[in-house]
Write a protein that binds this ligand. Structure first.
Ligand code: ARG
Length: 262
């Protein structure tokens, strides 16, 4: 009796089934991995929370949130193979939103502070900023000590807010959006404003008679904040930021938003 001949059609069929199973397995496996790092409900979407009143980092242009941070987050999403979704909210709502899992990243020109580090993870820093005092051109305030006992406008929950609250006798007036703070200063309802250097320079151009004092009152680093437990995402975000610093994409971004001067 001769051995039954192998049926080539059957072999190919079995091979196709096997390949299908292997692919399905890997697909499921990577999907689970992805879901772990991207905490939003849909694994292919990376949700960025921000407060779009902070030029040139995030602001609105014909209804769209744009700026340095948006471009940065898009690059990171690309590296993660996810689609970027933007949630515009109040600045002081960002850390609670991370905590509650409503956003994956807070990308909002957010400065790293030890207090914030108690409740969130921060990425590698991507920008060095300073805090500045803004006053009317004819003001008698020339430096930080000139702020003692004065009415100071700030954006609620920012490091400017914290700095102002440490000045003795000062009355701190908090606003939800940066342009409103400057509006109050221009109308004379506050004596000074404490704000980050880049937005300060950008927003005062919309008002007449305001100036930014030249000496900084604090140095800070901007970084992306993530949920305290999300080390997997932090690792990926850091990798993306470092790669961008190395391959020139970060410099290109700085050039796009700040010109040659930085
Ligand atoms: N750098 C400051 C901080 O971390 C101000 C950030 C405000 N950002 C914003 N998107 N409005 O507190």
């Amino acid at each position: 009796m001769h051995k039954p001949k192998r049926n080539p059609v059957r072999i190919i069929k079995n091979l196709i089934i096997l390949a299908g199973c292997v692919t399905a397995f890997f697909w499921m496996f990577f999907d689970i991995l992805k879901r772990e790092t991207v905490v939003s409900h849909d694994a292919s979407v990376l949700v960025m929370g921000t407060n779009a009143t902070f030029k040139p980092f995030e602001y609105k242009e014909s209804g769209q949130v744009v700026g340095f941070d948006v471009d940065l987050a898009r690059e990171i999403a690309k590296e993660l193979g996810a689609e970027l979704k933007i949630e515009d909210m109040s600045f002081d709502g960002l850390l609670p939103a991370l905590e509650g899992g409503r956003i994956d990243l807070a990308v909002a020109g957010m400065s790293v502070t030890t207090e914030r580090e108690k409740n969130a993870l921060f990425s590698e820093p991507y920008y060095q900023a300073t805090q500045r005092i803004i006053v009317p051109e004819d003001s008698k305030i020339f430096n930080k000590s000139g702020l003692i006992g004065k009415k100071i406008g700030v954006q609620l929950g920012t490091t400017g807010d914290i700095l102002a609250s440490e000045i003795s006798g000062a009355k701190v007036v908090q606003f939800p959006a940066v342009p409103n703070v400057l509006q109050e200063l221009a109308s004379g309802r506050v004596d000074a404003v404490i704000l980050d250097d880049a937005p300060a320079t950008q927003y005062i151009t919309a008002f007449t008679g305001l100036k930014v004092l030249s000496s900084p009152i604090g140095n800070e680093s901007y970084a992306i904040a993530m949920k305290k437990s999300n080390y997997t995402l932090k690792e990926k975000v850091d990798q993306a930021i470092n790669r961008m610093k190395e391959d020139g994409r970060m410099d290109a971004l700085l050039k796009k938003y700040f010109g040659e001067t930085r």
